[in-house]
Ligand binder design. Structure first.
Ligand SMILES: Nc1ncnc2c1ncn2[C@@H]1O[C@H](COP(=O)(O)OP(=O)(O)OP(=O)(O)O)[C@@H](O)[C@H]1O
Ligand SMILES: [Mg+2]
Length: 429
């Protein structure tokens, strides 16, 4: 349902807030949104999950068409943050250094990161964004983080894909396995951005900021990238970060927008679903010989392989074909054609001291993974389709059409509807 909301006259210096979905045409003058200037003839589309502050740089006239749920508001005095944000952004840009952006969910982290990038481009620089929000990032599917060097300004980071991505393997940084991977991956992406001559480099983070461990993780990110600036979009969090870091790092305490278009859990789930899907639109099924690739983050690939005799003996005991058994100190991974609860129970009785993971042809279906190149670097997302046990192959869906040297396995499993299913298990493959 679309309705023509208005032709608005905005005096020079005036700020309004537009909540999406909305489409704006500039008829006269000049307006500024997130560090981008728009002049007559330009059209700006605001997605239904976004809202923006619009500032008139000259006496301007704009036409706004609002979709369902969209709106235009006049911020109360002191409510609009954009001028303070621009000032902070200038300090970061002048340093040509590295800035880490922190804040709770919906506090404006991604918008502030883009503001810095857009203003840097305006000054002829080549900024990079390291989008390290592992669950709600824009540059890569959930479970990944990514880096992009921006050469044209943007209003929504989701419009582009990252230049380089890294798989973390879960959609929250709160799992112990994810935290260390996250810090290493961020450091790696910052290094690549530096090697490519990007400046400034803005590290956007996830919204997990409550509790001691969250702050600890963020402080470790700040330290790992040798941040010149930390921008914090929350007063209480900012004081905590400042106190922890002391005078050695510049901490900018910034206000968060008072009114924003918030996304609830359902919206976020939908955004994740669309994002997964968009990375597999042109995917093809590719089968890879397990003996010819490196499998990373796989329990199956990293333990001790049982001898054929031992596997045969277990097959006889269980009365069904076992393809392989891989032993860890604390776990046993058993590869079967098909699983049922009775087999799992039997195995638990026979090996009471180990955790048992049963992997089958179809149990791996929907596991999110990354294609690796010869340097074990992620080059594209992949979705595991099946394990072809008789052929000793693993089949994946991917858009990548280069030579595959390996796969890195996540603990995220997707349904055919691109929704996360099941709980995070330690050894899905
Ligand atoms: N100055 C502003 N005025 C009003 N709304 C704004 C402003 N800046 C950003 N927003 C809106 O606030 C919402 C949250 O912003 P953003 O996505 O940047 O936050 P975030 O902290 O990155 O969120 P998340 O935790 O989901 O990653 C978005 O809808 C964005 O369009
Ligand atoms: Mg964000």
């Amino acid at each position: 349902m679309l309705s023509l909301a208005a032709h608005l006259d905005l005096e020079k210096g005036k700020v309004i807030r537009v909540m999406g979905p909305a489409s704006i045409v500039i008829n006269k003058g000049k307006i500024r949104i997130l560090g981008m200037n728009f002049t007559p003839g330009a059209r700006v589309v605001i997605h239904r999950y976004r809202s923006y502050a619009i500032k008139a740089l000259e006496d301007s006239t704009i036409s706004v068409i609002l979709g369902e749920g969209g709106g235009i508001e006049e911020p109360a005095a002191g409510e609009e943050v954009i001028d303070v944000w621009e000032e902070a952004s200038r300090a970061i840009i002048d340093s040509k250094g590295i800035a880490v952006v922190l804040g709770p969910v919906d506090s404006g982290k991604t918008s502030f990161s883009l503001l810095v990038a857009n203003m840097a481009i305006e000054q002829g620089l080549r900024p990079a964004i390291v989008d390290a929000d592992v669950g709600q990032g824009d540059l890569a599917p959930p479970g990944f983080i990514a880096m992009k060097i921006l050469t044209t300004p943007l209003l929504w980071l989701r419009e582009v894909r990252g230049d380089v991505m890294r798989l973390i393997g879960s959609i929250t940084p709160t799992h112990a396995f994810a935290m260390s991977r996250l810090i290493v991956a961020i450091r790696d992406l910052v290094d690549i951005a530096m090697q490519k001559g990007a400046a400034p480099i803005v590290v956007n983070t996830d919204g997990w900021t409550t509790g001691y461990l969250a702050i600890d993780t963020k402080l470790n990110i700040i330290r790992a990238v040798h941040a010149d600036y930390v921008a914090v979009l929350d007063d209480v969090l900012c004081e905590r970060i400042k106190r922890a870091l002391g005078p050695l790092v510049n901490v900018l305490c910034l206000p968060r927008p008072k009114v924003v278009k918030e996304r609830d859990r359902i919206d976020r789930r939908l955004l994740r679903k669309q994002h997964y899907q968009s990375f597999f639109q042109k995917a093809k099924r590719v089968c890879l010989r397990l003996s010819e690739i490196t499998l990373l983050n796989s329990c199956l690939a990293s333990g001790t392989l049982w001898s054929l005799d031992a596997v045969e003996k277990l097959s006889k005991e269980l009365g069904l074909k076992v393809y392989a058994v891989v032993e860890h100190d604390d776990a046993l991974v058993v590869l079967l054609e098909k699983a049922d609860s009775v087999i799992g129970q039997r195995l638990r009785e026979v090996f009471p001291q180990k955790e048992i993971y049963v992997v089958t042809r179809d149990s791996v279906k929907g596991l999110l993974a990354a294609i690796l190149n010869e340097r074990l670097e992620e080059v594209a997302p992949a979705l595991i389709d099946s394990l072809e046990l008789d052929r000793n192959e693993i089949c994946v869906l991917t858009e990548y059409d280069g030579v595959v040297k390996g796969l890195s396995i996540s603990r995220i499993k997707l349904s055919s509807e691109w929704e996360e299913v099941g709980k995070v298990i330690k050894c899905p493959l």
